[in-house]
Each structure stands twice: as structure tokens, then as C-alpha cells.
Design a protein around this ligand. Structure first.
Ligand code: NAP
Length: 290
């Protein structure tokens, strides 16, 4: 698919995609940029990089496609660094979890004739770094692309083909819509998990011990989500602020309604809600996203 491909950032997501590219021989050469030598050494050891550098511009120079896979907070600096070294006709794509902010950070730095095709694979784990990646991560999962209306269709098709090679189902939507959907499906659940686990850690020492011992009763599922990368999630909440606050407002109202049902002993009301939510789980299983 590509003569030269560049990854800026090679953690969980970047290294998983690089593994797919290696497995299927999709690129003649892979150049990798990261912040630390340790990560670059790991990428080399794992066979994911032909060239490594701490300079994103050096990795992106002459690449047919550049995939930005850093935390969102680094996007502005990364795009600023690579902008001048991109060749005409190159494609810049990314994997960031918030799309409006990703576009706002990258777009101003791209020269004429370079195609921006923002992307977001809806797949991940709570682990970070190049060792945590695996080629099957995207298999059967969705990847959302949020190109602007006037983006070159050939470039969009190329990025879509890359994700299909990774086993993903590709959906195209507007960046604002993406950010709203993800606020409810991903960002709010993470915020709730972080909050519950933090509440538990502030309990008295005795109770804290029991929370861990008896975690199989529900708590442990939240601890997995709350173990997600702190920097990545800091950036998600800072960049998708509006959509998260909007959905958080609605959630808080619904939580208050539940509180009232418990206080008033409204068993029918509670049962109604729990019956509706059980059907949602069946929908997730039927859609093979469980
Ligand atoms: P990660 O495992 O922590 O890896 C981040 C990578 O970016 C590392 O290679 C890091 O290099 C590099 N990096 C950080 N700051 C940099 C900078 N200023 N310049 C160059 N490289 C830099 O992160 P990840 O989980 O793969 O997440 C990457 C992106 O994917 C994020 O934007 C996130 O929103 C998105 N995403 C994540 C998930 C998920 O579940 N994790 C799912 C979908 C999308 P060093 O190690 O050298 O610091």
C-alpha cells in the first residue's frame, strides 16, 4: 500500500497498527518517532521500525502516510514539527480519541496538497507502550474516520483500506458527531470508573481492604477501566470538554432520579430501568462488540 510509512508515537495503538502493517507487508519502510530512546529501542527490538528518531520531522520526511499516535496533548507540537517536511500528496492521519480537537491541532500546520484524514479506532486496552500492542486489537472493531467534506476521496479510501486490512469496520462521520457519541460510549464510562475507584480509595483503611478482597462483586470491572493511561485520559477530558459536560449533566439528572426511586422505595421504577438496560447488553452482544 505504501512505500514509506511513518508512525509518530508507537505505544499501544501505534504499535498494534505497525504490527498489522508488518504482518501484511503493507509498507516498504516504516520510520518511527517517539519521545524517548527506550520506546524507540523497543520498537526496533519488536521489528516494527526500519528507522527510528526522536525528531518527528525526520520520520515524516518523504513518507506517503504519517500516522500520529501520540496523546492528544502532543498533537500541536507534533503537527508543527512535521508540517514543513511533508511531501505533496502525503496523507496525514491519526488515532486520537477526540476528533474536533485533533483537527484543530493538526490542520493549521499542514501545507497545501497534504491530505488530512482523521481517524479513531474504537479498540484499546488499559495498557500502554509498544510492548502492549498486538495485531488483532482492531479485529472486528469499528474505526471512525472524520474527513472534511472536501477531502480527497482517494486519500479517504486509502486510510479506510488500511483499517480494513487491520480487520476493522470503517464508518465515516462528522467530527462533532463523533465527539458526542464517544462522550457517552467511552468518556463518561471512564469518568464514572475513575470516580468510583477514587471514592473507594478514600474509604477508611479497613473498608479499603475489603473493597479489594470482595471486588468480584462489581468493583473490579471498574478498576480495569480506571487503570487506563492517566495522560491520555487527562487530554480526552480537556479536549472534549463541551460534549462531556453536556452528557455529564444528563447523567447527573438520571442519577438523582435513581436516588429518588431508592429513597421512595419505588421498586417498579428501578425494575423498569434495569430491564431496559439489560436489553442494551443483549444489543452489544448481538453486534459482536462484547
Ligand atoms: P501510549 O501507549 O501511551 O503511547 C503513546 C506514544 O506517543 C508513545 O510512543 C510516546 O513515546 C509517544 N509520545 C508521547 N508524547 C510524544 C511527543 N510529544 N512526541 C512524540 N511522541 C510522543 O498511548 P496509546 O494508548 O497508544 O494512545 C495513543 C493515541 O491513541 C491517543 O491519542 C489516544 O487518544 C488514542 N487511542 C487510545 C486508545 C486506548 O485504548 N489506549 C484507543 C483508541 C485511541 P514515549 O514512550 O517515548 O513517551
Amino acid at each position: 500500500m505504501f512505500e514509506r510509512m511513518a508512525f509518530i508515537g508507537i505505544g499501544l495503538i501505534g504499535s498494534s497498527l505497525a504490527r498489522v502493517v508488518r504482518r501484511d507487508g503493507l509498507a516498504g519502510e516504516i520510520a518511527v518517532a517517539a519521545r524517548t530512546q527506550e520506546t524507540l529501542d523497543a520498537a526496533t527490538r519488536l521489528g516494527l521500525a526500519d528507522r527510528v528518531t526522536t525528531d518527528p520531522a525526520e520520520a515524516a520526511a518523504d513518507a506517503d502516510i504519517v500516522v500520529i499516535c501520540t496523546p492528544l496533548g502532543a498533537y500541536g507540537a507534533v503537527a508543527g514539527a512535521i508540517g514543513k517536511s511533508l511531501k505533496p500528496g502525503a496523507i496525514v492521519t491519526d488515532v486520537g480519541s477526540v476528533k474536533r480537537a485533533a483537527i484543530a491541532a493538526i490542520r493549521p500546520h499542514l501545507p497545501e496538497g497534504v491530505h488530512l484524514v482523521p481517524g479513531h479506532p474504537i479498540a484499546g486496552t488499559e495498557h500502554s507502550g509498544p510492548e502492549a500492542g498486538f495485531a488483532e486489537l482492531f479485529d472486528g472493531r469499528y474505526c471512525i474516520l472524520t474527513p472534511e467534506a472536501d477531502t480527497d476521496t482517494g486519500a479517504v479510501d486509502t486510510v479506510a483500506a488500511l483499517w480494513r486490512a487491520a480487520g476493522s469496520k470503517v464508518e465515516i462521520m462528522g467530527p462533532g458527531h463523533h465527539d458526542q457519541v464517544l462522550a457517552i460510549t467511552s468518556h463518561l464510562p471512564h469518568l464514572i470508573a475513575y470516580t468510583i475507584v477514587d471514592t473507594a480509595t478514600q474509604l477508611s483503611t479497613d473498608l479499603q481492604k475489603e473493597v479489594i478482597e470482595f471486588s468480584a462483586s462489581g468493583f473490579r470491572d471498574f478498576t480495569r477501566i480506571a487503570a487506563s493511561d492517566p495522560v491520555m485520559w487527562r487530554d480526552i477530558f480537556l479536549t472534549n470538554r463541551e460534549a462531556v459536560l453536556e452528557i455529564l449533566g444528563r447523567f447527573t439528572e438520571d442519577l438523582t432520579a435513581m436516588q429518588r426511586m431508592i429513597r421512595r422505595g419505588d421498586g417498579d421504577g428501578l425494575e423498569d430501568v434495569f430491564t431496559r438496560t439489560r436489553a442494551v447488553r443483549r444489543g452489544v452482544i448481538d453486534a459482536k462488540q462484547a
